[in-house]
Design a protein around this ligand. Structure first.
Ligand SMILES: Cc1ncc(COP(=O)(O)O)c(C=O)c1O
Ligand SMILES: N[C@@H](CCOP(=O)(O)O)C(=O)O
Length: 462
């Protein structure tokens, strides 16, 4: 299996190279040259398998000869051993044909753990074998950063720097990033919002002196391995509800487009997904784009679902690549236009996107009202990101197709919004009960590329 860039100008890489590389050298994102498919019998055979075995069968075709089957099974087993639920991704039923897929039973209580725990193991195995070390730099609106720090803390061959928007993540998210004592992890509170953090990370990848000098690697969803790991739970949940003999729809709370793009890959692999519904909060650029074809970021507005406070949605580039018939030059041009304010999706590409995706948005008041209503009618306490998706899912459901809504974070990561909506303070699991007492270690820094690069250089030398 080979990996190609969405902008068509970067070297073609193996799985291991793409995983350790992050952003392509032409600024694009790596995607597999071809998307493997499973036939109906192979999908049916997933019924009743463990999460780990499902993960092995779905991901195996993508990893080429990077690992033997035995090594890969071992990596998967280690990745999910620390999850707090034996099903890893259990489902709860909200009503006759609406289901919540709980993706928050990993170590940091968000869906990011599914990919990050796996990538931690993949990096460790690959770097040990190569005898090399890397510097991971990531941007986060809260959950990617905590999951990355948890997955990579204490590893010999890796330094991890996480840029988060100062004052714009929840206290639990911040503390998950700032309280680990391991010397190889560094939480950087950046002046600005998530889009600034993500832009600086991409700037670092595009500064080849820096990139090659520190051996930069990325664990945001620019990394194909992140997306791949997330494909698994689409199969796992759909098969539990009767796929491939019945169609299933998914609604996904969306910001950087990595999670829903994994759903797109699942569909391309043969999973009978009826609709993929993009749910956005008040930062609804993706919903506007899907409706009008215009993609023009106009400033992030802080919300009670802060992990989705994003306007420059990184993986949308991958969706555009396919909507434009894998035309790297066309994608490159759109991304150049984005630097100058935005772009208009061509009529043909917009039609291709609309054939695959539905979309909707959710205001702050609607988010709170959904948390309140769901607690009153079903007893489920849900995080604000999940509530955004439940509201949008309810607008797109069909009576004859089950809807699975992705529940992406534990309500205890966002206690203020949940308590305000329900009167109930959601408790952290016992293993995290002392999170509020642990001491924090964080560096405040401006939104300045040179300052960030010099800080990273200094820290990795010491
Ligand atoms: C809790 C939560 N829900 C939803 C999202 C959006 O996911 P994506 O960025 O993959 O679209 C995020 C951030 O990634 C998140 O942390
Ligand atoms: N919501 C994310 C934003 C980064 O997304 P990623 O999937 O590209 O890592 C976060 O929680 O940090």
């Amino acid at each position: 299996m080979k990996y190609i860039s969405t902008r068509g100008q970067a070297p073609v890489l193996s799985f291991e190279e793409a995983m350790l590389t992050g952003l392509a050298r032409d600024g694009g994102l790596y995607v597999p040259e071809t998307i493997p498919t499973l036939d109906k019998a192979e999908i049916a055979a997933l019924a009743g398998l463990s999460y780990e075995e499902t993960a092995f069968r779905i991901m195996r075709p993508y990893i080429g000869d990077t690992f033997t089957d035995a090594e890969f099974r071992d990596i998967i087993a280690k990745a999910y051993a620390g999850f707090g639920h034996t099903a890893r991704a259990p489902m709860v039923q909200l009503d006759s044909n609406h289901f919540l897929l709980e993706l928050f039973h990993g170590p940091t209580l968000a869906f990011k753990d599914f990919a990050m725990q796996l990538i931690g193991q993949l990096f460790q195995a690959a770097l040990k074998r190569n005898g090399s070390r890397v510097t991971i730099v990531g941007a986060t609106s809260g959950d990617t950063g905590s999951a990355a720090i948890e997955a990579f803390k204490g590893l010999d061959a890796v330094d991890v720097f996480i840029l988060f928007p100062n004052g714009r993540v929840s206290e639990v998210q911040r503390r998950q990033m700032t309280t680990p004592a391991e010397a190889n992890v560094h939480a950087l509170a950046v002046e600005g919002h998530f889009d600034d953090c993500q832009a600086r990370v991409k700037d670092m990848f595009n500064d080849f002196d820096f990139r090659d000098g520190v051996k930069l690697a990325g664990v945001n969803s620019i990394n194909w391995a992140r997306v791949l790991a997330q494909v698994v739970y689409y199969f796992y949940s759909a098969v539990a509800l009767g796929a491939p003999d019945r169609k299933i729809s998914f609604t996904v709370p969306t910001g950087n487009f990595g999670d829903i793009f994994a759903g797109y890959i699942a569909k391309r692999m043969g999973l009978p997904i009826d609709r993929l519904v993009i749910a956005t909060n008040q930062n609804d650029i993706l919903h506007r784009c899907l409706t009008t074809g215009e993609y023009r970021p106009d400033g992030v507005i802080p919300s009670i679902s802060p992990s989705m406070d994003i306007q420059v949605s990184s993986n949308f580039e991958r969706a555009l690549f396919y909507a434009y018939g894998q035309d790297g030059a066309a994608v490159s041009q759109l991304m150049d236009e984005l630097k100058n304010g935005g772009f208009t999706v061509s009529q043909g590409a917009l039609q291709a996107l609309q054939e695959l995706f539905d979309s909707g948005n959710c205001s702050e008041a609607e988010t709170s009202a959904t948390i309140t209503d769901m607690f009153a009618t079903t007893g489920e306490l849900m995080c604000p990101h999940t509530a955004v998706a439940v509201k949008v899912a309810n607008e797109h459901r069909k009576t004859d197709v089950p809807m699975i809504t992705l529940s992406t974070a534990h309500p205890a990561k966002f206690p203020a919004a949940v308590k305000a909506a329900t009167g109930v303070h959601p408790d952290l699991p016992a293993r995290m009960a002392d999170l509020y007492e642990r001491s924090e270690r964080v560096t405040e820094i401006g939104n300045d590329l040179a300052a960030l690069e010099s800080l990273i250089r200094e820290r990795i030398q010491n």
